[in-house]
Design a protein around this ligand. Structure first.
Ligand code: B12
Ligand code: SF4
Length: 465
């Protein structure tokens, strides 16, 4: 069968093109079983100019969407805008519909089905059942509309052995373009799941939709083979392991670093969490060519962290983790958030101060967005904090808040968003501080779009890599 994937990646700031591992693996598995796949990647603005031609030429029998919560509105809009024949089957997967299957199906009349959780085997089964013209209402993980009713099916367990899956179909995304748009970086995922339960993150809700083990690692052999295959087919200068918690299993890190040093030898970046990084791990990482370790701080206020975000770590532990990484000669990036329920400007001042103390080489700030199924998402709903009109608008969740917080005005959040990095760096590095001040201004946004050929120089100024 012919399956057309649609991946919307609408974000005003532009930035790097993004690679969607989920779609790429689904495509690989379908191709392995003899089906044809194609992709329409919509980025960075909503734009359907080339879509009718793609639909006409590829003539899909199934149109398959991926969606996070903030992108779901574009699935709805697309299903109104694209000229699809009535017999084309439409399905959506990804974190939003996994958590909100029924409302998603109700909200979009032209959407035939949603997939909850991991889609490899459900989608394959669906496509093969459609091909044989058999009953599609009993496929595990799939909720499907039939005569105005929703047929709900239980989920199969999480895939036990990730090594059984084929490598992602990178060519579907014209992968060299992705690498080139991200300073020559090739992206990888070696694990699935996270054992924690932070109140703002969807991971916990996603872990409850299927049974079995949620946190799973691929073998080092499989990871190294995939990296080699990618480097044989594409030109990359570095790699980034997108896993939430790369250092979760110490024996995996050790074995990976040993083999990576011997067989790959390219700079690489990873993400970890306070409590999962020590001197020994840092020494292995450094020796293997690791360049940067990204760590989530999220809030510098111990109260917000422990009571609102359910992140059990002290400021001292955070400071120590960054110190250990720096002492090993590795660069750091801190992830931070603003605009949580109960947060005040004073709490956010603590986030600025903690970052200033630990000297990360670069910082990222995101505005909190309440995702369905998360503990904080539910709090926001229950306490009527969500501005429904604003949430329904075509806005950019990264820079604005959808909440009306009693103690933290929207304008203040927006202002902090713009000056955060400046405030962190102004006492240590005026060059960096000024750069960030301009970067987060309106002029900066315009300049960045116009000056994209000079992106590497800008990156060197801010991050030193
Ligand atoms: C890597 C990553 C990114 C990368 C790559 C994006 C991507 N979607 O692959 C980047 C950095 C670009 C990114 C961006 C964003 N991300 Co992100 N990201 C992740 C992360 C850490 C891993 C995703 C992943 O690759 N998983 C592995 C693959 C194999 O799983 P998967 O993508 O879920 O796909 C499987 C199933 O969902 C299903 N499936 C998926 N699509 C389809 C389609 C069909 C038809 C079917 C049948 C099945 C199916 O089958 C797939 C294979 O099993 C997740 C955390 C998580 N636990 O998922 C957050 C996560 C998905 N991101 C999240 C968010 C919020 C974002 C942003 C909105 C952030 C922002 N403010 O800009 C953007 C949105 C980008 C977009 N266009 O959708 C949230 C989503 C929460 C929500 N309810 O919306 C998550 C869950 C993290 C969190 N904080 O809770 N992200
Ligand atoms: S925020 Fe990070 S550590 Fe917390 S549950 Fe999500 S992925 Fe895990």
């Amino acid at each position: 069968m012919r399956v057309l994937f649609i991946y919307t990646d609408i974000n005003i700031k532009g930035g790097a093109r993004s690679f969607n591992y989920g779609i790429a693996i689904l495509s690989a598995i379908l191709k392995k079983h003899g089906h044809e796949t194609n992709l329409y990647y919509m980025y960075p603005r909503y734009e359907t100019k080339h879509l009718p031609r793609k639909v006409l030429e590829f003539d899909p029998q199934v149109v398959a969407f991926y969606s996070t919560t903030s992108q779901f509105r574009y699935v709805e809009r697309l299903l109104k805008d694209i000229p699809l024949r009535k017999d084309v089957f439409t399905i959506c997967g990804g974190p939003h519909v996994t958590v909100e299957p029924e409302t998603s199906l109700h909200e979009i009349p032209r959407l035939d089905a949603v997939c909850r959780g991991e889609g490899e085997y459900p989608l394959l089964e669906l496509v093969e059942t459609l091909e044989k013209n058999r009953d599609i209402t009993k496929i595990k993980n799939i909720y499907v509309k039939r005569d105005g009713e929703i047929c709900r099916n239980p989920s199969r367990p999480f895939i036990e052995n990730l090594d059984d899956l084929p490598f992602p179909d990178r060519e579907l995304f014209q992968y060299q373009k992705i690498i080139d748009s991200d300073f020559g970086t090739a992206l990888f995922m070696f694990a699935r799941g996270c054992p924690f339960n932070c109140s703002y993150c969807s991971n916990y809700a996603l872990s409850k939709v299927q049974s079995g083990k949620y946190v799973r690692f691929r073998s080092v052999e499989s990871c190294i083979t995939e990296i080699k295959e990618v480097l044989n087919n594409y030109t990359a200068k570095a790699i980034y392991v997108n896993d939430d918690l790369f250092t979760f299993k110490k024996d995996f890190v050790f074995e990976f670093c040993e083999r990576y040093k011997e067989e790959i030898d390219l700079p690489f970046d990873i993400n970890t969490r306070v409590g999962f990084i020590d001197e020994e791990i840092c020494a292995w990482l450094k020796d293997a060519g690791c360049r940067r370790v990204n760590i989530g701080i999220e809030s510098g206020s111990p109260y917000i962290r422990s009571k609102v975000l359910t992140r059990k770590m002290s400021n001292e532990e955070i400071i120590k983790a960054f110190r250990i990484v720096h002492e090993a000669g590795l660069k750091t990036k801190s992830f931070n958030m603003i605009g949580f329920p109960e947060e005040t400007p004073e709490h956010f001042q603590e986030t600025i101060e903690l970052n200033a103390k630990i000297h990360p080489d670069s910082v990222i700030l995101n505005v909190f967005d309440p995702y369905p199924g998360t503990k904080l998402g539910e709090v926001c709903k229950k306490e009527n904090l969500i501005d429904v009109e604003r949430a329904g608008k075509d806005f950019i969740p990264k820079t604005d808040t959808v909440l009306n917080l009693p103690d933290f005005q929207r304008e203040k959040i927006h202002r902090f968003y713009k000056i955060f990095a400046y405030e962190v760096y102004r006492k240590q590095s005026l060059k960096k501080a000024i750069f960030y001040r301009v970067y987060y201004s309106e002029i900066g946004e315009l300049l960045i779009r116009l000056l994209s050929p000079f992106k590497s120089i800008l990156r060197r100024i801010t991050m030193g890599i």
